[in-house]
Design a protein. Structure first.
Length: 169
């Protein structure tokens, strides 16, 4: 990240302040403002820096695939599925999961993401087993999530869980 304006110095301070905590972070700002750079800086300055930084763009995955992409699935979970897939959450074990464009996450997936954030457990599609995980979540959006909560297109409880530490990029 570069820049020496007061808003950028504020972002740098916030990144340094939250990096060493395991707090969930919500980064907001317009498209192209560097939200992913902020997320990567948080990860690189954290104790998780030696572990994976897994990225999922919630707007780029079809609604029917978002849950399997996040939580994974076991062999046979879908017709003809011959492999097991860990999912992005398990891929980020001991590291950071960056959920870009979180405001585009479908409502049904929002409730499952909330459960993961609360329980720190993942249940792959097609499996009865749950797996305990240690993953830090950093989310980003260019949408006004508070307004989305008012409209009913984003869960209030998930918004408050994600917004434990907000940073405006």
């Amino acid at each position: 990240m570069i820049g020496d304006t007061e808003p950028m110095r504020h972002v740098y301070r916030m990144v340094r302040l939250v990096a060493h905590r395991n707090t969930t972070v919500l980064i907001t700002g317009p498209t192209g403002s560097g939200k992913e750079l902020v997320a990567r800086a948080i990860h690189q300055l954290s104790g998780r820096a030696g572990n994976s930084f897994s990225v999922l763009n919630c707007a780029a995955i079809a609604e029917g695939l978002i849950e399997s992409e996040l939580f994974g699935y076991v062999r046979g979970a879908f017709t003809g599925e011959a492999q097991t897939y860990a999912g992005r959450i398990l891929a980020a074990q001991s590291g950071t999961l960056f959920l870009d464009e979180i405001g585009e996450l479908p409502l049904n997936a929002q409730s499952k993401l909330l459960r993961f954030l609360e329980q720190k457990e993942v249940q792959r599609l097609g499996s009865a087993e749950t797996t305990r995980v240690d993953v830090r979540v950093v989310a980003a959006t260019n949408l006004d999530l508070a307004a989305a909560v008012e409209r009913g297109s984003f869960r209030a409880d998930l918004f408050f869980r994600l917004c434990a530490f907000p940073i405006g990029a």
